[in-house]
Every structure is written in structure tokens, then in C-alpha cells.
Design a protein around this ligand. Structure first.
Ligand code: GDP
Length: 460
């Protein structure tokens, strides 16, 4: 059977596993008739007759065998005021996998199709309830790791980014209309923008798009988190630092060098910025196989990290092993964490090569300086673009579209300044418009949609 966007679709919308309740969501024109066939109300309620947005108590019964499957609450929501703008029925049942699966099977037997990942949200987009950038933010809302990330995702879902993009599109459309008017009526004295005004308006739009692009690095960090690796030779206090940052005993701390054999990954929240922190085994020659594996992995973690927290032990002078590690990370974004300040030795000297790196003295053991370290991590990463602009780009797809729009605008300006035929300027302006349109989804392809919605979970 070829699936179509008009099929009635169904999925388990809650995470699988034991829980209080599980929800099966059904959307489409047959949602109410299908559930009517398996829903039995002790008070004789007929779902086909109930008002929209009402909830009903009853049982799910297999119509073939008459077997009672679960005691449920069924919510009926009629189009168009629903998530998908279609009729939606949600069956709230007990969350065991067997129950959920049985009910889903019944619904499918009666004509619904299993929903693809993100298909409910895709329908919300296709039926025009939300635009593409709003639809995309649904997944960010689900995955948000800090309140700040959640706030940004919710703003995008409410259309804050779309508003900004649409404003830019409107301005660009006006410029385009003026340019095209000059093409159509070259001889006439059009009551429109002068050539200088057209030029400055294109420049203004270009600058605004540039500012959005500049915010991307920060936006991406709020959305995906910043990957940081804690690096240093054995016994400098890496695990202790991780514990101090997490404020709970997650990693095993021991006094035997080289015991952090596995990589431990955790998110911590620094003023709304999710920091994905990786504690690594000390980088050094391996003494046994397990440790060798740990070291291999930690080198990989260092490679992938966007920020290195280089830990040095200030109770001892720097030695050749420290130097070796410093050399491995010196060209990366590094914060120097000078640990064990409570037992700092006079012989400890910060190496010259690290003098221009941001540094902080701490005692991981006593929790001293941890707040300063967090501030330093935040300040070296977050430039305040979101605070300044009030809207921020968080997705690579959007950033690429904005960059393409800038390129098209630059081409438009060049052709305009060179006094090439206005048709060429107009063509580049249209191109820029189309790139902006890709963000909100007025210009889109099936391929882009599939790519976006395949990232979603089933049932959303
Ligand atoms: P790792 O091998 O780098 O992960 O180091 P650990 O976190 O396991 O710490 C090694 C030893 O140093 C442990 O005995 C810790 O208690 C001790 N240590 C860690 N941080 C400090 C600190 O700030 N001050 C003092 N005095 N000892 C510390």
C-alpha cells in the first residue's frame, strides 16, 4: 500500500516502558469511526456524537473476540482545532507495552496506518497550522536540556524566528517589486524608491541576515550543548573536577593513577548553556589493555570536544607528561584549570605556552573556584547574541539558507552597481527570497521534509 498524507495514522505517542499512562494517538478522517468500533462506554456514549475536545471513560474491547483489553480514557478532538488540523483521537490507557501494542494493532487492523517518525507534526505543517521552522522546533522542545534551550525552542515554535524571516522576506519583496517596476516601465517616472534607496535597502537586509548568522554558533550551543573534555595526566583531579561540576558522585574517584578507564559523559547546566562534559582517562602510555582502550577513547573525545578543560596539579611542578598533553591541546580552545590550590606548591609555574589562555585556580576537592570556572566557561563561549537580538538561529539548515541568501544579495548588489540589465538584479533578489522561504517552508521539497521529519520520534 502506498502511504499518503490523507491516510488515517496511528502511533504510540508516549515512551515505551512501564509508566502511569500510555497514549495512542490517531489522526485522520477515520480516527473517530475506527476508535468507535473498539471503544465501549458503560454509559452508552457514542464517540461519533460527542462534542470536540471532550474526554470519555470506557473500555477497549476487541470487536472480533469480545475480549476486554484495557480500561481507558478517550479524548476526541475534531478538526480543525487539533495538532494536525485533522480529527484526532487519543486513547489514554495503562502504559504496559503489551496493552499499548494490542490497542495499536486493533486500530491498524481497522484501517489506520502506522505513523512515520514526526508524521503528526509534518501534517501540522502540511495543513498550514505551523510553518516549517516552527515544526522543526518541536523536536528541540522535546530534546531541550536546559530551561534556556527550552525557552528558545518554545519561542521558535510560537513563531519568533518565522516572524523575523517573514519581515525580511516582506522587505525584500518590496525591493523586488520596485526593481521589477523599473523593468516593466523603464521610461516612466515611477513613484518608487530611488536607485540609492534600493541599494541601501538591500544592504540593510543583508546586514540583518548577517547578524542572524553571527548568532548561530551561540544558538547551536543552546540547542545541542557544548562538548567539553576534561584532560590531564593521571591524578591531577579530573574525576574530582567532574564531580565538583556535577555536584554528585558520578565518576569513581580513586588515588591509583589511571583508574578513570571509561569515558563518562554528562550534561551540566551553566546559566542555561548545556555543557556536555566528558571525563577522560589520563593521556599517557598504557600499562594494560583496558587502560589502553580508555586512552584511545579519550584521545577521540579530545578530538571531538569543542572546549578542552586542561587540568594541571599545582601541588607539584609541571613535568614532561604535562608538557606532552599541553602540546596535544595547545591549538584548541582551552581553559586552563589549575587544580589543588589548597596545597599549591611554590615550585608550580604555569608554562609560558599557556600564559595567554584563560585560566582559573580551583580546588576540586573543596569545591573552591568551581563557580569562577563555570563563569569562565560561559563567558568564553556565549557572546550574548541571543540577549542582544532577542531571536537566534539554532539550526545548520537555517544558517546555510541565510548564507545562500547573503550570496544572492551580494550578487544582486554587484549587478545593480554595474548597471547590468535590471532583470539580472531582480533574478538574484528572487533567489535570495527563495532561500529565505526555505527556512519557513514556503519553498520546500519532499526531500527536505523527509530529512527534517525523520529526525523526530514516532508518535510526534
Ligand atoms: P584523576 O586521575 O585526574 O581523575 O584524579 P582524581 O580526581 O582521581 O584525583 C586524584 C587525587 O587527588 C585524589 O586523591 C583526590 O582526592 C585528590 N584531589 C583532587 N583534587 C584535589 C584538590 O583540589 N585538592 C587536594 N588537596 N586534593 C585533590
Amino acid at each position: 500500500m502506498i502511504s499518503s498524507e490523507f491516510d488515517t495514522i496511528a502511533a504510540i505517542s508516549t515512551p515505551l516502558g512501564e509508566g502511569g499512562i500510555g497514549i495512542i494517538r490517531i489522526s485522520g478522517k477515520d480516527a473517530i469511526p475506527i476508535v468507535s468500533k473498539i471503544f465501549h462506554s458503560p454509559r452508552g456514549v457514542k464517540l461519533s456524537d460527542v462534542k470536540s475536545h471532550t474526554i470519555h471513560y470506557g473500555f477497549i474491547i476487541d470487536p472480533k473476540t469480545g475480549q476486554k483489553i484495557d480500561e481507558v480514557l478517550v479524548t476526541v478532538m475534531r478538526a480543525p482545532n487539533t495538532y494536525t488540523r485533522e480529527d484526532v483521537v487519543e486513547i489514554n490507557c495503562h502504559a504496559g507495552y503489551v496493552t499499548l501494542k494490542k490497542i495499536l494493532d486493533l486500530v491498524v487492523c481497522l484501517g489506520a496506518r502506522l505513523a512515520e517518525p514526526g508524521e503528526f507534526t509534518k501534517r501540522a505543517f502540511l495543513r498550514g497550522r505551523i510553518d516549517l521552522s516552527q515544526a522543526e522546533s518541536v523536536i528541540d522542545l522535546i530534546r531541550a536540556k536546559t530551561e534556556q534551550a527550552q525557552k528558545i525552542a518554545l519561542e521558535h515554535l510560537s513563531g519568533k524566528l518565522s516572524e523575523k524571516i517573514n519581515e525580511l522576506r516582506d522587505s525584500l519583496m518590496r525591493v523586488c517589486a520596485h526593481v521589477e517596476a523599473y523593468i516593466d516601465f523603464p521610461e516612466e517616472d515611477i513613484d518608487g524608491l530611488t536607485h540609492e534607496q534600493i541599494q541601501s535597502e538591500i544592504n540593510r537586509i543583508k546586514e540583518e541576515i548577517k547578524r542572524l548568522i553571527e548568532g548561530y554558533e551561540e544558538g547551536k550551543i543552546y540547542r545541542e550543548g557544548l562538548r567539553a573534555a576534561i584532560v590531564g595526566k593521571p591524578n591531577v583531579g579530573k574525576s574530582s573536577l567532574l564531580n565538583a561540576l556535577l555536584m554528585k558522585d558520578r565518576a569513581i574517584v580513586t588515588e591509583i593513577p589511571g583508574t578513570t578507564r571509561d569515558i563518562i559523559e554528562e550534561y551540566i547546566n551553566i546559566k542555561g548553556m548545556p555543557l556536555k562534559i566528558v571525563d577522560t582517562a589520563g593521556i599517557r602510555e598504557a600499562h594494560d589493555l583496558v587502560e589502553a582502550e580508555g586512552i584511545k577513547r579519550s584521545l577521540r573525545a579530545v578530538e571531538l570536544a569543542e572546549l578542552i578543560l586542561l587540568v594541571l596539579d599545582s601541588s607539584r611542578p609541571i613535568d614532561s607528561l604535562d608538557e606532552e598533553i599541553i602540546n596535544k591541546v595547545i591549538h584548541r580552545k582551552v581553559i586552563v584549570v589549575i587544580n589543588k590550590k589548597d596545597i599549591k606548591s611554590k615550585e608550580f609555574q604555569l608554562p609560558e605556552t599557556l600564559k595567554d589562555k584563560p585560566a582559573v585556580e580551583i580546588s576540586a576537592l573543596k569545591g573552591d573556584g568551581i563557580q569562577q570556572l563555570k563563569e569562565l566557561i560561559f563567558n568564553t563561549t556565549i557572546s550574548g547574541k541571543y540577549e542582544q537580538e532577542g531571536v537566534i538561529v539554532t539550526k545548520l539548515r537555517h544558517k546555510v539558507a541565510l548564507e545562500n541568501a547573503i550570496e544572492a544579495l551580494e550578487n544582486a548588489l554587484k549587478s545593480f552597481e554595474k548597471k547590468e540589465p535590471l532583470e539580472i538584479t531582480a533574478m538574484f533578489l528572487r533567489e535570495a527570497l527563495s532561500f529565505l522561504g526555505q527556512i519557513v517552508g514556503v519553498v520546500t521539497t519532499e526531500e527536505i521534509l523527509n530529512l527534517i521529519f525523520s529526525e523526530f520520534c514516532i508518535g510526534k
